[in-house]
Write a protein that binds this ligand. Structure first.
Ligand code: VG1
Ligand code: CO
Length: 543
């Protein structure tokens, strides 16, 4: 096999963010841009010689091209065996599953998650390590360092492979196995949730809608819900992955999954509604008449997980990202297990999961997962919900209301200011940072600041320290505001403001969220001086 060593010029902008390298498609289309980043990944894997690598992505525009490049570069960089999803597809949780099951050294996952796709949309490349999880900070820092110095990359000069047919292809002494993207994943999930109970639930007339948002979960949800569990045909909608997601944001929230949201709030609502994102790691749960916030969904799953075979022995512990509401902590306290608070991004759950300190974890951004893989897993969350409903024999909306009655309700909203001028966003954060010491005791409207700090994470397992992970302000009235800058955006900066307030009183659990949170929202804007510094009087997206 001829191997070409191609001279290249190092890039200065290939710093991975919250979840890999994400940029606009035209950026990735620059000569050698993709190859540089992949070579930097390979150079950062010390034990790659003779190892197995997994490759797949969410099917968005560029996915097929980059899969071919990654295969040819892997052949020239010492890998022995590649596992590639048919059509170049692998959802993020399935990629994690395949890496673990086949003892791969890691995987290249191509996705920009919930961001729009197509020729002018976003693309992304992420590396997951041998535990199946996103590379930790130390690893992504090494990749970044390498991108700034490399001078050449290696690629095999072979024709494109046919990835649409299952089978084994040899490139010299490297073998490429084109695998069914669903099989290993479906097998794993069937060991965790009670497929018999869910099948009986569907047989009894239970109806749901799953919106795959024209993204990668379509084939998974169709195979499992309709194929294995007997849900009626048509339960999964927008089930065919499209390169541009049909022109939509494949972001499962009330704004971008509005059709599902409206259906669930109308007279003909089915018993349960769910959606997932571009790469299948996020989930939205909406029950008749009620949107379940991801923070509540996480807490509800933790409280009932023992009803599923995979968790019948109870939970070792739980974790949530810092901006996620404290609803999970209340459940952990009642179960008598520890609850950890990590920075935003799934990579921070890895050490806790590997050490067996936690079983379930999640983020406010529609991510829920467990120790079965090292990524968040949208379809798994939906199936665990169905398992709970089937075994408990309750309506989904009753499960939510009973949860609030037992634990109180954490009203929650996130206000995103997208594509803000990067310098203005930096000034918002800097301004808050400089005033942290003087805020406690200060009155803002009808609220009083109790504490203000900047989140700094010391990993309890490996001791690594991550600074500046969000500014948090708590109020004496049991409310909290968190500010942080997104690490996944591809244009300007995105300021995220996370707002919550706890209500213990049972007669205050059915109020309108934005109404309950109005004074906290006002305080959040005022304290950070958002309008003056960014020129924005309203956020671009409220979820
Ligand atoms: C966002 C979310 C974060 C999530 C990340 C990746 O990051 O806030 O919770 O882990 O996206 O999700 P940021 O830095 O933009 O706030 V996904 O579905 O892209 O893999
Ligand atoms: Co995602």
């Amino acid at each position: 096999m001829p191997i070409k060593i191609v001279p290249t010029v190092a890039q200065s902008d290939q710093k991975p963010g919250t979840s890999g390298l994400r940029k606009k498609v035209p950026v990735f289309q620059q000569p050698h841009y993709v190859e540089n980043f992949i070579q930097a990944i390979f150079d950062s894997i010390p034990d790659r010689n003779g190892s197995t690598l997994v490759i797949g992505g969410d099917g968005r525009f560029l996915n097929r091209d980059v899969v071919q490049i990654a295969i040819k570069m892997a052949a020239a960089n010492g890998f022995r065996r590649l596992l590639v999803g048919r059509g170049g597809l692998l959802s993020t949780p399935a990629a994690s599953c395949v890496i673990r099951k086949h003892k791969a050294v890691g995987g290249i996952v191509l996705s920009a998650s919930h961001n729009p796709g197509g020729p002018n949309g976003d693309f992304g490349i992420k590396f997951n390590t041998a535990n199946g999880g996103p590379a930790p900070e130390s690893f992504t820092a090494a990749i970044y360092e390498r991108t700034r110095t490399l001078t050449e990359y290696r690629i095999a000069e072979v024709p494109d492979l046919n990835l649409d047919q299952l089978g084994v292809i040899s490139i010299d002494d490297m073998i490429v196995e084109v695998i069914d993207p669903v099989a290993d994943y479906a097998q794993l999930i069937s060991e965790l949730v009670d497929f018999g109970a869910i099948s009986r639930l569907f047989a009894s007339g239970f109806r749901m809608r799953f919106d795959a948002m024209s993204a990668v979960t379509g084939p998974y949800a169709t195979a499992i819900l309709e194929g294995m569990l007997g849900a009626p045909g048509g339960t999964v909608v927008n089930a065919t992955p499209l390169e541009d997601f049909g022109g939509h944001h494949p972001d499962p929230n009330p704004v971008h999954a509005k059709e599902l949201f409206d259906l669930m709030h109308g007279p003909g609502a089915p018993d349960f509604g769910a959606a997932s994102d571009g790469d299948g790691d996020r989930n939205m749960i909406v029950v008749p008449g009620l949107f379940v916030t991801p923070s509540d969904s996480l807490a509800i799953l933790a409280a009932h997980a023992h009803l599923a075979p995979g968790y019948s022995g109870g939970l070792a512990g739980v974790a949530r990202s810092m901006p996620t509401s404290r609803a999970l902590d209340r459940v952990a306290a009642s179960l008598g297990v520890s609850s950890f608070e990590t920075p935003t991004g799934w990579k921070f759950f890895g050490t806790l999961l590997d050490a067996g300190l936690i079983t379930l974890c999640g983020e406010e951004s529609a991510g829920t997962g467990s120790s079965h893989v090292r990524e968040k897993d949208g379809l798994w969350a939906v199936l665990l919900w169905l398992n709970i409903l089937a075994v408990a024999g309750k309506r989904a909306d009753d499960v939510v209301r009973e949860h609030w009655a037992s634990f109180g309700r954490d009203y929650y909203t996130r206000h995103d200011y997208e594509e803000v001028d990067a310098e203005a966003a930096r000034r918002v954060m800097e301004g808050l940072r400089n005033r942290l010491a003087e805020l406690p005791g200060r009155c803002v409207g009808d609220l009083t600041v109790q504490a203000a700090d900047e989140f700094r994470y010391v990993d309890p397992v490996d001791g690594s320290v991550t600074e500046q992970q969000g500014i948090r302000i708590t109020f004496e009235e049991d409310a909290r505001v968190v500010y942080r800058l997104s690490g996944t955006g591809t244009a300007g900066a995105t300021l995220r403001v996370y707002i919550e307030r706890y209500e213990a009183a049972r007669d205050r659990h059915e109020l309108e969220t934005q109404h309950v949170l109005a004074s906290v929202v006002r305080a959040a804007r005022q304290l950070a001086d958002i309008e003056r510094l960014t020129g924005r009087s309203e956020p671009s997206v409220i979820t």
